[in-house]
Design a protein around this ligand. Structure first.
Ligand code: SAM
Length: 222
């Protein structure tokens, strides 16, 4: 079956190039023990995010959608010394698991998890003196609000900032004009990005251990 092959290829690549260390594997197992859904990025995707953040020279990272902190650990490890990451998570139980995993990874002074609906915590964050700009954004929460999250990312960005939005292909369902609310949010986000002169962007389809999906990569031009 193709999805079994996708999983095996992911395992081949990940085992060779970026196997989970104790902290990353621990974040996944702590999430599983606490009953969190297994919807973290795959290991090779976490590594890709980390490499993108490093390539962008990111010193300040904003993540929307923490879950158990797996992608958070990958991204926080991209930061140079003095760098900071803020991750926004709606579910207090998820945030608690993530904070414990970040602590075990030795990253609690670098990465902060803020609890609440991101559409509530983003304006609070934006109102803090010196909150932005962020150099790198990873948007991976409720897909319905993706257009709003991209707008917030733009507000909190500088020219050259990078925005990654996960799960934008949705098994090809992104083509359905009257798809489910997540598809509609994704399509509205694509329209917004396409019409936004401050962004240059593309989306790449992916297959792997997480099925058939893809991510949007955007760069803030001005
Ligand atoms: N980025 C994580 C990773 O790869 O390890 C996975 C994040 S998971 C796909 C999505 C997370 O977004 C869930 O933990 C969910 O509780 C959270 N979420 C859902 N709605 C949210 C909202 N309105 N504000 C903030 N977080 C939200």
């Amino acid at each position: 079956r193709p999805d079994e092959q996708w999983r095996e290829v992911d395992r081949y690549v990940t085992d060779l190039l970026s196997p989970d260390d104790e902290a990353l594997a621990g974040a996944l197992s702590a999430g599983a023990e606490a009953g969190l859904p297994a919807i973290a990025v795959a290991g090779n995707q976490g590594r890709m995010l980390q490499l993108l953040a490093k390539t962008a020279g990111a010193r300040r990272i904003l993540e929307i959608g923490t879950l158990g902190g797996y992608s958070t650990i990958w991204l926080a490890r991209a930061l140079p010394s003095g760098g900071r990451l803020i991750s926004l998570e709606y579910n207090p139980a998820h945030a608690e698991v993530a904070r414990a995993s970040l602590d075990r990874a030795g990253l609690s002074s670098v990465a902060e998890v803020r609890t609440g609906a991101a559409l509530d915590t983003l304006p609070q964050l934006a109102a803090e003196p010196g909150a932005g700009p962020f150099d790198f954004f990873f948007i991976d929460a409720d897909k319905v609000n993706n257009p709003r999250y991209v707008e917030w990312a733009l507000k909190l960005s500088r020219p050259g900032s990078v925005i990654v939005v996960d799960n934008v292909i949705r098994g090809g369902a992104v083509l359905n004009e009257d798809g489910d609310p997540s598809v509609r949010g994704t399509r509205e986000m694509f329209d917004l990005v396409a019409a936004e002169p401050r962004l240059e962007a593309t989306a790449v389809q992916t297959v792997g251990s997480k099925g058939y999906d893809g991510f949007l990569l955007a760069r803030v031009v001005s």
